[in-house]
Design a protein around this ligand. Sequence first.
Ligand code: NAP
Length: 305
Amino acid sequence: VSPASLASPPGGGPGRISSRTRLFAVIGDPVAHSLSPLLQNHFFRLFGLDGVYTALHVPPAALAEALAGARALGFAGLNVTIPHKAAVVPHCSRVAPEVERLGVANTLIFREGRIDAATTDAAGFTASLGEQAGRFRGSSVVLFGAGGSARAVAFALAGLGIAHLTIVNRSLPRAEELQRFCRVHLGIPGLRSLAAADPRLSEPVREAQILINATPAGMQPRCDETPLAEPAWIGPQHFVYDLIYTPRRTRLLQEAAARGSAVQGGLDMLIFQGLAALNLWFGAEYRLAPAELSKVRTLLLNELE
Ligand code: NAP
């Protein structure tokens, strides 16, 4: 077997693993379904990096021990998923400004005996927009959801310079809480919050240029759900983005596409938040050429099928 084929084995798995190979993992509970090992090991091969990435099941009661253990074992980095995104922050020595404001981290960097915390969801959202990013400056946006990912998206929207944001959530108090956060920490100018069932929703939806779903409504196995009960309010003036990536085209995106809107699903956000984490670990600025991006999409979609 030639060294080249060892470095790039067919069908997955990292290249040669040695005592110099840097260790990475995603920790979560549950974590078995995570696509991050597939994604990051693909990146390691693509960029010729000597790393290996796995998924580690860490229940909440074992979090402190797991972080101390990873540090003691010389891990180079971790991704953090549900339910640890907020709980890891107090264990970190240095936190990025976004972590301070959002209160959550999804990427830990182990260096010089420290654990540093970052979050790449907002960067992943922005990077995933590609050419559509130009639509955001000065725009009116309706954001469905008020959970962790909605907060990260709001952070990204502030950076993109939107003018108006309507936050729509099943429970109004949570939407109002996110509205307060957007006013105090993000300085988004025109803010409003509405309950998902409020009939006044028609007006901001019709007037918006951008609709974003950051709820699990429509995610497998409940593909018949949608965050917007009235698709007739959607039109060709809209760009509709759904953070869900299973299915690739949610009911919301199907209804929007049928009415002439530009649409985008959540797969690229997943890819770009992973790439942003990799760049933090390696202190690099790796980028995906269009052909490489489409290969990564295919790799993940094959796994999701
Ligand atoms: P979360 O913190 O649990 O928040 C869930 C939000 O959705 C809450 O506002 C909740 O409303 C609302 N919600 C839950 N079920 C709903 C339903 N059936 N109908 C309408 N609203 C509902 O979750 P999250 O971490 O923000 O994740 C939200 C979605 O984003 C998930 O589908 C996740 O897979 C996706 N996501 C994708 C990426 C990516 O890279 N593409 C990254 C992060 C998240 P209440 O407050 O009323 O309960």
